[in-house]
Design a protein around this ligand. Structure first.
Ligand SMILES: C[S@@+](CC[C@H](N)C(=O)[O-])C[C@H]1O[C@@H](n2cnc3c(N)ncnc32)[C@H](O)[C@@H]1O
Length: 260
């Protein structure tokens, strides 16, 4: 099984550097996307690579038993503060600290691209019950909206730009390569896209960019320049001030499959 991962260990571990801001600024996928990812009758679910618990909190509203696995100490600390009663474990997708057949669903939000899928796919299958659900989502600003694309393209050239427009295609290829192999423990992938808007301000939207690994790892002065430019160009694009409210388009790219 191939593992076409563009990641490096440094980037995968970068989020803890901005754990508090990550928990505050990154939005969860909208309700329709979460409902599409989860099996209707799930009694136990794992939020794998749970980060600061943004999605964990919403899973806990829907499923009686929720486990969260996250390797980064600082992200787990924010998660624990947010959800003091949650069942939170240090661990990775490649070594999940749960027994065999423990859950009806494993949900992975904005993290699949960090996994070593040769090891993670059988490990996820191990903790799933037969016919259990694997749900995968990437939630981010919607670059299919022209002005959003114009804004993010305007930030290119520093290494800090958000991922390009073909993201949906690339994510789909990544998943098919890892999951739709002849010996895969999983069935065919289904795909859906959910769009929404979120009321925010240019100041918050620019700060949101600072929670992406490419931006986190820029040298301090480059990061500051990029975020200042993001704020200026967004205000100019929308014709509003840094603290004026506007609707920022978001898009959840979702996939689901079942354990054979
Ligand atoms: C972009 S964040 C997503 C966090 C959360 N799922 C969300 O949607 O807000 C990626 C997370 O994946 C975690 N991570 C990186 N490599 C991992 C691995 N091999 N196994 C499990 N988690 C990993 C990072 O520590 C980080 O918290």
């Amino acid at each position: 099984m191939a593992t076409p991962s563009p990641s490096t260990p440094d980037r995968a571990a970068s989020f803890g550097l901005v754990a508090e801001g990550y928990g505050r600024l990154r939005p969860a996928p909208q309700d329709e996307a979460i409902d599409w990812l989860l099996p209707r009758d799930a009694s136990a679910v794992l939020d794998l690579a749970a980060g600061a618990g943004t999605l964990t909190a919403l899973l806990a509203l829907r499923v009686p038993e929720v486990h969260a696995v996250e390797p980064d100490d600082r992200m787990r600390a924010v998660l624990r503060e947010r959800l003091p009663d949650a069942d939170v474990h240090p661990g990775t997708a490649e070594a999940i600290p749960l027994p065999d057949a423990a859950v009806d669903a494993v949900i992975v939000s904005s993290a699949w691209h960090w996994f070593d899928t040769d090891r993670a796919v059988p490990e996820i299958a191990r903790v799933l019950r037969p016919r259990g659900r694997l749900g995968i989502v990437w939630n981010g600003i919607d670059r299919d909206v022209d002005w959003v694309d114009r804004w993010s393209n305007g930030l290119s050239g520093t290494g800090g730009q958000p991922a390009p427009r073909s993201q949906s295609t690339r994510r789909g290829e990544l998943l098919r390569t890892a999951l739709e192999t002849p010996d895969s423990p999983f069935g065919a992938l289904e795909h859906a896209v959910f769009t929404t808007t979120r009321r925010t301000t240019p100041a918050e939207a620019a700060a949101l960019l600072g929670t992406y690994s490419r931006v986190i790892l820029l040298p301090e002065h480059e990061r500051r320049d990029l975020l200042a430019r993001a704020l200026d160009t967004l205000c100019a694009e929308l014709g509003i001030g840094p603290d004026d409210a506007f609707d920022l388009p978001f898009r959840a790219l979702t996939w689901r499959t079942a354990r054979r």
